[in-house]
Write a protein that binds this ligand. Structure first.
Ligand SMILES: O=P(O)(O)OC[C@H]1O[C@H](OP(=O)(O)OP(=O)(O)O)[C@H](O)[C@@H]1O
Ligand SMILES: O=c1cc[nH]c(=O)[nH]1
Length: 173
């Protein structure tokens, strides 16, 4: 699955800032007056925070942690990543979940469980910077700024430099 997208060319060249601009465009087109943003810790939380500002939305974006519902909790245990913080009533909310990378879909399954611990949203949608394929669960993004086929031996994570500019870090597993 490889779809040419802004910021993606050749084997693997990802311009995270170009992808962010594409994500901003996509999320803007998805917004309704009742949409609430919630980013998945940690990469998705930075994204949601920046989108919240760039879209001129009031208050902080929500943060969702996958930690308590991960299916590999027994191996990983509690990590130091951010805790869930949802500055809105989840009951009846239209939640737009943000993440940097969608891979197996296991993180999304875990954060949906986390979200539903806080209430019963009216709707939940998902927007990501990169869908790298490799799904192990029936999960899909409503919007992906790029779709690339990445070898299982590589991992991709969003990072920020000191001035807040996004970069992708590609690591060999
Ligand atoms: O679809 P999946 O196979 O679950 O993978 C995608 C998740 O993996 C990465 O998070 P990671 O757990 O590495 O944490 P991080 O955001 O703190 O880097 C990424 O940020 C996604 O949240
Ligand atoms: O629940 C989860 C989330 C991400 N990755 C996993 O292996 N399990």
């Amino acid at each position: 699955m490889t779809t040419p997208s802004p910021g993606v060319s050749g084997s693997l060249v990802l311009d995270a800032e170009a992808l962010y601009r594409e994500l901003l465009r996509g999320v803007r087109s998805m917004l309704t007056p009742t949409t609430r943003l919630a980013g998945i810790a940690s990469g998705g939380a930075w994204l949601a925070e920046r989108l919240q500002k760039d879209l001129g939305l009031e208050g902080p974006a929500g943060v969702l942690s996958s930690v308590m519902h991960r299916d590999d909790f027994a191996q990983r245990g509690l990590s130091a990543s951010a805790q869930t913080a949802l500055p809105f009533d989840v009951n009846g909310a239209d939640v737009l979940v943000l993440d940097d990378v969608l891979y197996t879909g296991r993180t999304i399954r875990a954060v949906l469980n986390e979200l539903f611990d806080y209430g019963r949203p009216a709707s939940v949608r998902l927007a990501v910077l990169v869908d790298r394929g490799g799904r192990e669960l029936p999960v899909q993004a409503d919007f992906a700024a790029a779709r690339v086929a990445l070898p299982a031996a590589q991992s991709l994570a969003l990072a920020r430099d000191d001035s807040g500019i996004f970069q992708f870090q590609v690591k060999e597993a």
